[in-house]
Write a protein that binds this ligand. Structure first.
Ligand code: BGC
Length: 347
């Protein structure tokens, strides 16, 4: 196992951005930027033994600075939407930045994905730290965050998230990697299969905001209880998929609260790469962007239609508006700690 550090680019003010690559004995590797603590690449073997990069991303800092789709980003303080861009905590109403209709999505004007994190390399891991001051994006409390990426010899990439605050606040961190298990830029993910350990999902409205209803997936397009091609029901208009143009839905994971369990399994039947997602989070957001035509990723490859899928493990969106959703409040002195593992294998 080794970790290398290379210069990736410079911010307009001259600050350097680095790419850290963790490589295991078999040659599989994960690369992460200190800009946004961004998962930039994941090279794992397919059935033929060739290393395939299964996450979408860019080759340059300029592209990451311009992009708005959170490719591989660490998202925070609060992933996904805060309805009407306001929430009440301890009787005080906080107004955050509306960047998605009237709602706040993925942290506000300048979320954690746009910050340069402080990196520390270990033997098989890189730890990224960020200090988000009191009032950052109008969120209360000074928040110290750490995100640790580590790779195992058997191709499991673990992302551990930690945070502490000096005053009560809200936190919901995730990673926004887009996966294509046949390789980034290799075409659509429509024939790749997905199975999700969820009998229920949170219903969305026309702005992809939860209505508060928790609905059974049985028989509908959100039914991934048995593995099916991601494309099978992607054109459905049920469950407001006409507004999300594909999947942009949170699944209520069946596993016991806080337990580290398999949430989903995705597979590319052709190349044979399989990815299990294992998490202690209560939900996972499946997001399948419609079309990245005109967008060129690593190696200058045009991504085109349906180029990837995200499995963003997290607490449910707009949790502050729905007291029956698992809470995203982090109290002063408490430790926020959560882990998601993306485990790659071949079948
Ligand atoms: C959200 C989408 C959004 C995308 C890019 C996803 O996590 O659920 O609604 O368009 O991120 O911001």
């Amino acid at each position: 196992m080794s970790v290398t550090k290379t210069l990736f680019g410079k911010m307009p003010g001259g600050e350097e951005v680095h790419l850290y690559t963790i490589t295991n004995r078999s040659g599989a590797s994960a690369s992460i930027l200190d800009y946004g603590a961004t998962w930039q690449s994941m090279r794992v073997p397919n059935r033929a033994g060739e290393l395939v990069d299964v996450v979408l991303g860019y080759d340059t800092l300029e592209e990451y600075r311009k992009h708005t789709m959170f490719l591989g980003s660490t998202v925070g303080r609060v992933a996904n939407r805060i309805g009407k861009s306001r929430f009440t905590l301890n009787g005080v109403e906080y107004k955050v930045f509306a960047n998605d209709f009237e709602n706040c999505c993925h942290g506000g004007r300048e979320g954690f994905d746009k910050k340069i994190w402080k990196a520390e390399a270990e033997e098989d891991a890189v730890a990224f730290s960020l200090f988000s001051p009191d009032g950052d994006e109008n969120f209360p409390g000074s928040l110290s965050v750490m995100v640790v990426y580590s790779l195992t010899e058997d191709n499991m990439l673990s992302i551990r998230y930690f945070a502490v605050t000096d005053a009560d606040t809200i936190v919901n961190l995730t990673n926004h990697a887009y996966f294509n298990l046949a390789g980034q830029g290799s075409g659509t993910i429509l024939d790749q299969t997905l199975q999700v350990e969820a009998d229920f999902a949170t219903r969305i409205d026309s702005h992809i905001l939860p209505t508060g209803e928790i609905v059974p997936v049985a028989g509908g397009p959100l039914d991934f209880r048995k593995a099916k091609p991601i494309g099978q029901d992607i054109e459905s208009t049920l469950e407001n998929m006409g507004f999300s143009h594909g999947y942009d839905h949170n699944f209520v994971l069946s596993h016991r609260e806080g337990g580290m369990e398999r949430a989903s399994t995705a597979a590319d039947p052709v190349g044979g790469i399989v990815m299990d997602t294992i998490t202690d989070q209560p939900g996972v957001q499946l997001f399948t962007p419609t079309d990245f035509t005109g967008m060129r990723g690593k190696g200058g490859i045009e991504y085109g239609p349906r180029p990837g899928f995200c499995l963003e493990t997290q607490h449910f969106a707009d949790a502050m508006s729905h007291p029956d959703f698992p809470s995203i409040v982090l109290h002063a002195g408490e430790i926020y700690s959560t882990e998601t593992v993306y485990a790659f294998r071949v079948e």
